[in-house]
Design a protein. Structure first.
Lengths: 108, 113
């Protein structure tokens, strides 16, 4: 499986935008980029996914580099409820393999 | 939609006992996944099913672990005999189209003493 690299942790101030980076230099042409997050004491939840083009939904935006070797999850206005572990995952099939993720801390 | 339903939420058992974890996927979802989460190893995929058929069980740690999906609305993960190192949170997830848009259950926290 292609591997992703994320910072272990990041801090943000409430109501400010957050950019969570992910490197995936060995991505193949058919790998989708998925983002999930896990709030404390809960199961992971789907955030967003994309292949080549940037994607937006009600939760976040996904910016994918032109060479697809990196991507950035953008939370436009962080709230305290966004404090979670964010996972960037590649997949070319049906299975998702979770790495360590980035622990996002949001300060009031 | 009640989401993915797992039971029990918490389970405490003694070493050597049999443990059965249960999962009801979202109706219409063809894929079902079992994950285990520990502090040391993070989230590990144990096994997944497509249309009730096990597709990949390479993550199942050893023969003590078994999983079944007798019908589209029910799956079990069984550990027999249980050991303290099996203590973890076990998550079930389902999806409509494979890797896109998993929905996870709330998990079962298993403690083996």
């Amino acid at each position: 499986d292609a591997k992703t690299t994320q910072p272990n942790s990041m801090e943000s101030n409430e109501e400010e935008p957050v950019h969570l980076p992910c490197n995936h230099s060995t991505i193949s042409g058919t790998d989708y980029i998925h983002w999930y997050r896990q709030l404390p004491s809960q199961g992971p939840e789907y955030v967003i996914h994309g292949l080549t083009s940037n994607v937006n939904n009600r939760m976040a935006s996904l910016a994918i580099a032109e060479d697809r070797k990196s991507s950035t999850l953008i939370l436009h206005r962080a709230t305290l409820r966004d404090a979670a572990v964010y996972y960037c995952i590649l997949d070319a099939g049906n299975m998702l393999t979770f790495g360590g993720g980035t622990r996002l801390m949001v300060k009031p | 939609d009640a989401g993915v339903i797992q039971s029990p939420r918490h389970e405490v058992t003694e070493m050597g006992q049999e443990v059965t974890l249960r999962c009801k996927p979202i109706s219409g979802h063809d894929y079902l996944f079992w994950y285990r989460q520990t502090m040391m190893r993070g989230l590990e995929l144990l096994i997944y099913f497509n249309n009730n058929v096990p597709i990949d069980d390479s993550g199942m740690p050893e023969d003590r672990f078994s999983a079944k999906m007798p019908n589209a609305s029910f799956s079990t993960l069984k550990i027999q005999p249980s050991e303290p190192r099996d203590s973890a949170v076990y998550f079930c997830a389902s999806s409509l189209t494979g890797a896109h848009g998993y929905t996870f259950g709330s998990g079962t926290r298993l403690t083996v003493v």
